[in-house]
Design a protein around this ligand. Structure first.
Ligand SMILES: [Zn+2]
Length: 78
């Protein structure tokens, strides 16, 4: 039996995500982009690597998309 190691797994060791990228709402698309990146990114997968700039940008895009969706639900225009 293999001993567990602290070695990071290669970024491409995970199985491909099975997700339908069609008919998703803008917040869902933004969250999908964030999670797909985070699961494949070496920086995001390494707890000691610090913050990932790309993940930060994708997360911010999700926040913006979600806020716009809430504004639409609230009936705001503009
Ligand atoms: Zn990343």
């Amino acid at each position: 039996m293999d001993e567990p190691t602290n070695e990071p797994r290669p970024a491409d060791s995970r199985p491909p995500l099975v997700a339908a990228h069609t008919n998703l709402t803008p917040p869902q698309k933004a969250w999908s982009a964030y999670t797909v990146h985070a699961l494949a990114c070496r920086v995001c997968c390494d707890v000691d690597a610090g913050a990932c700039g790309t993940a930060g940008e994708l997360h911010q895009a999700w926040v913006v998309a979600s806020q716009a969706a809430f504004r639409r639900l609230a009936g705001e225009t503009a």
